[in-house]
Ligand binder design. Structure first.
Ligand code: ATP
Ligand code: MG
Length: 282
């Protein structure tokens, strides 16, 4: 190998290291930013409800109106507590180790954070949750994957629509399968093979809820799922919608895979070719 070639290889290695760092930072910032933005929006909604019903109760002295106001305030307070619990759950669940994880619980906690947002964008959520075995997983990471898929689906249905979340056991494959289907515009075939590329986005920037547009969401999802020994599959048809399926192995993971390997995986796939069909599995 010539000296010139060696120099070029060193330069490329440096570039890869810099890209890895950038991807890692973007992914962390996006996840944190989205969590802060979602929680703040949700909390603000709850506070508005509490303030408005408190005002109503103060204005009207009759028992019936006051009882109604108290009931609404109580309900809003319970919701606020559910939101903080979901966030605290994520904070407590910071373990970087695999542990037996209840996927249905992660879905519930994610939906608590996104419930109001789904209502606001007129998206009805159809939950088809089977009783499935716990999987070996890093809970926070799986929740991050879920949040990105749910937000992507919501953003795809700008005029409202239906979102189907299905959790089931696939006995033939020995996997626990989680699918998130939307009835948005779908993804054209030439774009489908690029959606897992880091920084690939068709969004012009964060929307009014502060989400989307970085293009690291699906790249991160893919890394996380792969680090869990699972697969992520997408099926999409233009005009009909998109379905993402996560397939987790049922057998217990033996060797924990740190996040860093996942990020390296994303960078290494920058040049990797994916198949150009109506569905892609990673
Ligand atoms: N459910 C979906 N329906 C239609 N297009 C989708 C869907 N999910 C992803 N995409 C396409 O894939 C692209 C990449 O998605 P990805 O989640 O990686 O990034 P993003 O949502 O644009 O930004 P962010 O990094 O903030 O999540 C999107 O910009 C969009 O074009
Ligand atoms: Mg996204």
């Amino acid at each position: 190998m010539s000296e010139c070639q060696q120099k070029e290889i060193h330069q490329l290695q440096d570039e890869i290291t810099a890209l890895k760092k950038r991807l890692d930072q973007s992914q962390r910032m996006t996840a944190l930013g989205e969590l802060v933005s979602t929680t703040t929006h949700e909390f603000n909604n709850v506070l508005m409800t509490i303030i408005n019903y408190a005002k109503m109760g103060m204005r009207h002295e009759d028992k019936e109106t006051r009882d109604k106001a108290f009931a609404k305030i109580n309900k809003a307070g319970m919701r606020a507590s559910k939101i903080t619990n979901a966030v605290l759950g994520m904070a407590r669940n910071r373990s970087e180790h695999f542990e037996l994880t209840d996927v249905a619980k992660l879905i519930d906690e994610s939906m608590v954070l996104l419930e109001r947002e789904m209502q606001k964008y007129r998206i009805s959520v159809d939950m088809q949750i089977d009783d499935v075995p716990e999987i070996s997983a890093i809970g926070n990471q799986i929740q991050q994957v879920l949040m990105n898929l749910l937000i992507n689906a919501r953003q795809a249905m700008s005029e409202g629509g239906q979102l189907v979340i299905k959790l089931q056991q696939n006995t033939a494959n020995h996997t626990v399968d989680l699918s998130i289907r939307d009835y948005g515009p779908g993804i054209p075939q030439d774009k489908l093979r690029r959606i897992f590329d880091p920084y690939y986005t068709t969004k012009s920037g964060p929307d009014e809820t502060g989400k989307g547009g970085t293009g690291v969401g699906l790249a991160t999802c893919k890394n996380i799922i792969e680090a869990h020994g699972g697969k992520i599959r997408v099926e999409s048809s233009v005009g009909k919608g998109t379905n993402f399926t996560l397939m987790f192995p049922m057998e217990v993971q033996k060797s924990p895979v740190p996040m860093a390997r996942g990020i390296a995986g994303a960078v290494s796939q920058i040049n990797a070719a994916t198949q150009a069909t109506g569905n892609v599995t990673h």
